[in-house]
Design a protein around this ligand. Structure first.
Ligand code: SF4
Ligand code: MG
Length: 331
């Protein structure tokens, strides 16, 4: 709820605070039980900072995170540890996130010990169960991370996240480092685990086409703010925000008719600095549809034609020009 994470910028000999990097700047969303919320945006949009703030791996500047109704942002010590067991993270790079000197079995055993899961005597059996749960042969127990393939390592990363029996799992670019052929296997595994265990996911990716397959709803992040939020299929078929359309343009559609009809929206330049976001609509410096109003007035995140969709754009009316190449620009 209204989540804000600013990093102060200090300069000069006295290290005075002279500004702030507004990495996450007022973000609200819900993730329902058993639901997957996709979170997309270019690098620098604040996705990872948001993930860390939600999981309390970093303190938040403002706002609130509720896990099954319990306020998480103000917890410390033992109370924070017990709530952390219920929300876990799967990281991007399984090799970097696994200790190279620990066997797979030791990694999982540690995850059970740290979170005090079940009786100690039952933990060796639970380690084997976790490996089976993620589709790995328990015989791999004594291997080290470097002796596994990238896909196998990510399965270990998932097993470790599941060890404390979480309710909510954040996957931060969990498939980005994998070969394309392996990505689909891991996405399918995540979907199956979600359905079998009733997990909720926040699935973070820069790749909207991958998110679309797994997510029920999608939130699009730009410069630390949600610019569009809605059901995955609708949002991908009829983007309400030009930035969503631009992210979709970066992905070729397998449907030739859709491919031919869809606007190609190529973004100019990079994401502006979150230390100095543009006034008005933060996207106006890169938006081909920007008008004078966009340069001064910040668009609120509002419902789009009575649908379940939220869009932050002054021109997100029924005739959205970014869906067609030949359509006129708004005045
Ligand atoms: Fe583009 Fe204006 Fe909409 Fe922002 S408010 S996305 S600048 S059309
Ligand atoms: Mg990131």
């Amino acid at each position: 709820r209204g989540l804000v994470k600013h990093f102060p910028i200090r300069s000069g000999l006295l290290r005075r605070t002279t500004g702030a990097v507004r990495a996450v700047d007022g973000v609200s969303f819900d993730v329902g039980a058993g639901e997957t919320l996709g979170l997309v945006g270019e690098s620098g949009s604040g996705k990872s900072t948001l993930a860390r703030a939600v999981l309390r791996l970093t303190d938040v500047t403002d706002g609130s995170v509720l896990l099954e109704g319990e306020e998480v942002t103000t917890l410390h010590g033992g109370a924070l540890r017990s709530v952390r067991a219920r929300m876990q993270m799967v990281f991007q790079d399984p090799l970097a996130s696994l200790n190279p000197r620990m066997t797979i079995g030791a990694v999982l055993r540690e995850a059970l010990d740290v979170n005090d899961v079940g009786a100690a005597a039952g933990r060796p059996a639970r380690v084997r169960e976790l490996l089976e749960l993620v589709g790995l042969d328990p015989a791999l127990l004594n291997r080290y991370p470097h002796q596994l393939s990238g896909g196998q390592r990510q399965r270990v990363g998932i097993a470790r996240a599941l060890a404390p029996e979480p309710r909510f799992v954040v996957c931060d670019e969990a498939i980005a480092a994998l070969d394309v052929s392996i990505q689909a296997q891991i996405v399918n595994l995540l979907a199956q685990l979600r359905d079998d265990l009733g997990l909720s996911y926040l699935f973070i990716s820069h790749d909207l086409s991958m998110v679309r397959h797994l997510a029920d709803r999608v939130a699009v992040l730009y410069l630390g703010q949600v610019v569009e939020l809605g059901p995955a299929e609708e949002l991908c078929e009829r983007p309400g925000h030009p930035y969503t359309a631009a992210l979709l343009s970066a992905v070729p559609s397998p449907d030739p008719e859709l491919e031919a009809s869809r606007a190609r929206l190529v973004l100019r330049g990079d994401v502006p600095s979150p230390a100095d976001p543009p006034p008005g609509c933060r996207f106006h410096t890169r938006c081909p549809f920007a008008t004078d109003r966009c340069r001064v007035e910040e668009p609120a995140l509002r419902e789009l034609d009575g649908s379940a969709r939220l869009v932050a754009c002054h021109h997100a009316d029924a005739e959205r020009p970014w869906q067609r190449l030949d359509a006129p620009r708004p005045e």
